[in-house]
Design a binder for this molecule. Structure first.
Ligand SMILES: C[S@@+](CC[C@H](N)C(=O)[O-])C[C@H]1O[C@@H](n2cnc3c(N)ncnc32)[C@H](O)[C@@H]1O
Length: 288
């Protein structure tokens, strides 16, 4: 029991560790009392992204915009990376969050994206033609070691590629970085799940899932779990509301030390409230 608590304190995964101890261990910045306004109004970012053909839903845009805004409110900065660009829909949304001094790198095996679209983004990206596997052995990957603050993986979704992308994320992600995996639970790409969990449960790393949706999984370093999961628990639905989506449902039906991610989805017709099964799972909503 003592050992588990000590490991929890050192890794930041113990929900009973006092806040100041956890922050001291991991240098996790304190959460601001109030969310500052987003760098770019969501409507502007949405308008640009929605005008580009692609796969990202409005729900995913609202969510990604909220998480990026929260990350910025924590003061976390650094390079931003996307594998799988297609015509630039998700990249356009992300571009609204990239500061002039931050690198913004897009990687794809085909150049479906036009130069006009690249130039239209809020922050003009560096486009790299090639696979995420090639990128892993590039000089740029060495430069980005433990610096990337946001990484969106939306490439082939092949088992072996996903496994390699997970290994690369472990090397590239900054302390407060977020890894976003697309089509995580899309069973047309059911190989993504075993690739992700083979990595998470059999390899040495420091990543954990803090949120899943019908489309994506969001991971962070374990020391930041409480920060990001805490925001999901008591800030995210307000942020979704501020972006025009008042109909969300948050679920957590287990809070095991080995897996305690939240699930956010659109509220179903006839459903009331914004927490799933509070009478059964109320204790899982008490703390991140
Ligand atoms: C689903 S699309 C990306 C959609 C895009 N993110 C959007 O929001 O519309 C997948 C993209 O991944 C690219 N791709 C496939 N395999 C890849 C790999 N191994 N590395 C990088 N990109 C890859 C494809 O060329 C394609 O453009």
């Amino acid at each position: 029991m003592m050992l588990r608590r000590l490991v929890g304190l050192l890794t930041g995964t113990s929900s009973s560790a006092p806040d100041d101890v956890r922050r001291q261990v991991a240098n996790v910045p304190a959460r601001p009392a109030q969310m500052p306004p987003p760098r770019m109004p969501f409507e502007k970012a949405f308008k640009l992204a929605d005008g580009i053909e692609g796969m990202m839903s409005t729900f995913s845009m609202e969510l990604m915009d909220s998480l990026l805004s929260f990350q910025e409110a924590l003061g976390i900065a650094g390079p931003v990376l996307e594998f799988g660009v297609y015509k630039g829909r998700s990249a356009a949304l992300i571009s609204a969050h990239v500061l002039p001094e931050e690198r913004f790198i897009l990687v794809d095996v085909h150049k479906y994206i036009s130069d006009e679209t690249l130039q239209s983004m809020f922050r003009i990206p560096e486009f790299t033609l090639g696979s995420s596997e090639d990128f892993a052995s590039s000089a740029t990957a060495v430069e980005l070691h433990r610096k990337v603050r946001f990484m969106h993986v939306d490439s082939s979704h092949a088992y072996r590629t996903t496994l390699a992308e997970m290994r690369l994320a472990e090397q590239l992600l900054a302390d407060g970085g977020i890894l976003c995996l697309d089509d995580f639970a899309n069973l047309h790409y059911s190989q993504v799940l075993p690739a992700v969990y083979k990595f998470l449960y059999t390899e040495k790393h420091d990543l954990c899932v803090f949120l899943v949706t019908n489309a994506k999984a969001y991971l962070c370093r374990s020391a930041y779990f409480d920060a990001y999961a805490g925001f999901v628990l008591d800030g995210l639905q307000d942020e979704m509301r501020a972006r025009g989506n008042a109909e969300t449902m948050l679920a957590r039906t287990d809070a095991d030390v080995d897996y305690r991610a939240f699930y956010l989805r659109p509220r179903s017709p006839g459903e009331a409230g914004d927490r799933y099964g509070p009478e059964l799972y109320g204790s899982h909503y008490a703390a991140p």
